[in-house]
Design a protein around this ligand. Structure first.
Ligand code: GLY
Ligand code: MN
Ligand code: MN
Length: 435
């Protein structure tokens, strides 16, 4: 048992201190290192149960495409249903070994990812879950679970299937006095917020695919082009550049729709003289991009649009200049706000300017102090209501957001999406080369 522990901590140490060598290396080593780090953050009276989400029905006999829960994906790389990972710092006795990592999964069906090498643990048939967890539960005072894990626990201890209810954790705790149930998210968020070289590499691929799509849309757009055509151009470009999915539903908001933050309908024909906000992201190997470009439908910004656009751009540059190790998260908002308010648009602020980016588009992580290795967004915006009489008519109804993905480096930051056309001149130039 001691030896297993030593191996785990050595791998963990390598991930923390020589991430360059892990970067781009064997993914199985990186997943094992993450499990070791997670185990290192738990005490011996706790265990973590991460269960894959149920396959959800779309209609009749058709299901939504499965996508693994991100904590489970982070620790195993497995993108398939019916998988449960248990981390047990105290260990579970199995024959003559003590396992700290237990993966309940069946060998893959056609087309499924193969089971990963679990050198640091064991792979068990899912049918053994109830027996093993029942044996472990008596020694635990804390169980960390993901959402699917909560629903599943009801099953293994009560024997009766239950659905996830708002109070199911409390019910579970009442049935097992002395055992507290907590969300596994915060235990893993502090790990997930620090990206390895390998993870940054995947995010770069997602960004490159998103760039391909956005350029296609810029070259395609002219008055009358429907929002869904721009969406189709973007998603086509992403797919041909290696994206496996969108990291969130594409937001293509023209004219008044530019003012709706999470607009997803994308069914309006653009009109001459408007701008279109295109907030999109490819997903590659589980990792997200999240990029916004705002373009003039006619190919040239009006004077008013240009004034708003360049204010947002300066605000974004201020955010990026502020983003460095040691900076406080709230200083990012403050940097943008001072530029936007300074230009007289302070009343048209709607949202904060940054979030972590990774396996989830709004990735797990603490939002207090920036550290080298984090990937964040920089996304200020100005949104002027259609009927706002505090501005002259030419400003009414303009919505502009500019969003890039930024790696915090030891020296400051690197804009990972810097190659996506962004200045007024770059956008107008590309839009002249129509397809
Ligand atoms: N696409 C959602 C966001 O920018 O946060
Ligand atoms: Mn974002
Ligand atoms: Mn976005």
């Amino acid at each position: 048992m001691r030896r297993v522990g030593l191996v785990l901590w050595t791998i963990a140490g390598c991930l923390m201190f020589c991430s360059r060598s892990v970067a781009g290396g064997d993914p199985a080593t990186e997943w094992a290192a993450r499990r070791a780090l997670a185990l290192g953050r738990m005490d011996t009276s706790s265990a973590m149960v991460l269960r894959s989400p149920e396959v959800r029905m779309r209609n009749a006999d058709v299901n939504y495409r499965f996508r693994q829960e991100s904590n489970l994906l982070y620790l195993t790389g497995l993108n398939r249903p019916s998988v449960t990972l248990v981390l047990a710092p105290a260990g579970v006795m199995l024959h003559d070994t003590v396992a700290h990592v237990l993966l309940f999964a069946r060998a893959g069906e056609d087309g499924e990812d193969p089971l990963p090498a679990i050198g640091d643990g064991v792979i068990l048939d899912p049918g053994r879950f109830q027996e093993i967890m029942s044996g472990l539960a008596g020694r635990l005072s804390m169980l960390y679970v993901n959402q699917a894990g909560v629903a599943f626990m009801q099953d293994w201890l009560s024997g009766k299937p239950m659905f996830l209810e708002r109070d199911s954790r409390r019910e579970f705790e009442q049935r097992h006095p002395g055992l507290k149930v907590k969300n596994a998210g915060p235990v893993l968020a502090v790990l997930r917020q620090m990206k390895s070289g390998g993870e940054v590499g995947e995010i770069r691929k997602a960004i490159a695919a998103t760039d391909t799509g956005l350029r296609r849309a810029m070259q395609r757009c002219r008055p009358g082009t429907n929002e869904y055509e721009l969406q189709a151009e973007i998603e086509y470009g992403m797919a041909t550049a290696g994206a496996q999915a969108q990291s969130f539903p594409s937001i293509i908001g023209s004219g008044p729709n530019a003012l709706i933050l999470h607009y997803e309908l994308n069914r309006r024909a653009t009109r001459a003289g408007e701008v279109v906000v295109m907030d999109v992201g490819a997903e590659v190997n589980g990792y997200a991009a999240d990029i916004t470009r705002t373009i003039p439908v006619s190919g040239n910004f009006t004077a008013a649009q240009r004034k708003v656009y360049e204010t947002v751009l300066r605000a974004q540059q201020a955010v990026i200049a502020t983003a460095r190790p040691g900076a406080l998260w709230k200083s990012l908002d403050a940097a943008a706000r001072s530029v936007i308010a300074g230009a007289g648009f302070g009343a048209f602020w709607q949202h904060s300017v940054s979030h972590h980016l990774g396996l989830d588009v709004h990735d797990a992580g603490v939002m207090d102090t920036l550290r080298a290795g984090m990937v964040i967004t920089a996304e200020p915006g100005i949104y002027i209501p259609v009927n706002d009489t505090t501005v002259t008519a030419e400003y009414r109804g303009i919505g502009v957001r500019i969003e890039d993905d930024v790696l915090i480096t030891p020296e400051g930051s690197e804009v990972l999406s810097a190659h996506v056309p962004k200045t007024v001149a770059e956008i107008e130039q590309l839009m002249k080369t129509k397809r």
